[in-house]
Write a protein that binds this ligand. Sequence first.
Ligand SMILES: [Zn+2]
Length: 105
Amino acid sequence: MAKLHVPNLVCVQQVCSRYECEEDGVDCVRCGTRKHSFGENPVGDLLSYLTEPRPRANKIVATAHNVKAFDLHSIFNRAIVLKWKPELIMNGLKIMCMKMEHLVI
Ligand SMILES: [Zn+2]
């Protein structure tokens, strides 16, 4: 039986196209707080955060550091529960890229 990977912490650092947004430790005038962590319901809270209304952005691109390809299965499973229809780029059983709604992960 395959083991199900369950993330217990997700940390996010966001940037936008504004120069100030790329300075470490400085919150952005447009984005607000740039660093977030989700621990209680990490995948659900991450997706809720990524799908918050952002009037200045019509597309969100999320890249993952050390995600490894199987970790995206947790996000994929949550997307299915939400009745989203993710488009996947696979390498064997590994998810290399996932597009859904206005998100690219
Ligand atoms: Zn910003």
